[in-house]
Write a protein that binds this ligand. Structure first.
Ligand code: DC
Length: 225
């Protein structure tokens, strides 16, 4: 069977990363959460107090950033490393979520992210999830999936996930953050969130994880023949 590139795009908190990770496990492919890369860049910018209207400061900051995914032996998942520091937990913080859409809309940040993501896919055998993976990063990917889910279900899923780490978080905060990010991610100038014309739609509002995985595996197997 030939090795292919699989892309999963969609709005925030549709379960893209969960499905992408499961698919990669089943196929023995590399899984890349491209959102984690933009989150790590945002964390660095916040820590360094980078003014994102200052192109020189952005350029300099990007030159100081090394991003890397490393396997976590305890969880079996790959964690995001920023300049050799494991930032997997920190990048899920609400502060990062509040600014990541602004930072990831910057032209130079996009060029930086897209170039690294394209390099990761050179050997194929990769599942990557994000917003512009099937349109900008891998427009020739063999399988493109556009994931959707009912907005209320997305808020609830996100709430359950974040409440475990932060019991002070409210549904309202999460709803506002998801709406704001969806709007900004879809309306930015460079590489906005778009459904690729040749993508397959997957609405997982009423699907179990197993059901959505079975569907995606069926599509992948056909493309791998
Ligand atoms: O997938 P996520 O919610 O962790 O992504 C965080 C943010 O990163 C998202 O709101 C927009 C940005 N992003 C992007 O612009 N392009 C991608 N390919 C992935 C994420």
């Amino acid at each position: 069977m030939k090795k292919i590139i699989i892309t999963l795009d969609g709005y925030s908190s549709c379960g893209k990363s969960t499905l992408a990770r499961q698919l990669a496990n089943e196929l023995n492919y590399v899984f890349i959460d491209s959102g984690a890369m933009y989150r790590a860049i945002t964390l660095y910018f916040l820590r360094q107090h980078i003014d994102w209207n200052d192109e020189t400061a952005i350029h300099k900051a990007l030159g100081e950033i090394t991003l890397d995914f490393q396997n976590n032996e305890l969880t079996g998942q790959s964690d995001m490393y920023l300049n050799d520091e494991n930032v997997e937990a920190l990048i899920r913080d609400m502060l990062v979520s509040e600014h990541v859409s602004e930072v990831s809309a910057l032209k130079e940040v996009r060029e930086f992210g897209v170039a690294q993501q394209q390099k990761m896919g050179e050997k194929k055998g990769i599942v990557m999830d994000g917003r512009d993976i099937g349109t900008t990063v891998f427009p020739n990917a063999e399988l493109k999936i556009f994931v959707t889910a009912d907005p209320a279900i997305r808020v609830e899923r996100r709430f359950k996930e974040l409440f475990q780490k932060n019991p002070n978080i409210t549904i309202e905060e999460i709803k506002n953050n998801l709406e704001m990010r969806d709007y900004m991610d879809s309306n930015r100038e460079f590489s906005p969130l778009r459904r690729a014309e040749d993508a397959i739609d997957l609405d997982n509002s009423n699907l179990t994880r197993e059901e959505q995985l079975a569907l995606a595996l069926e599509w992948a197997n056909k493309r791998m023949q």
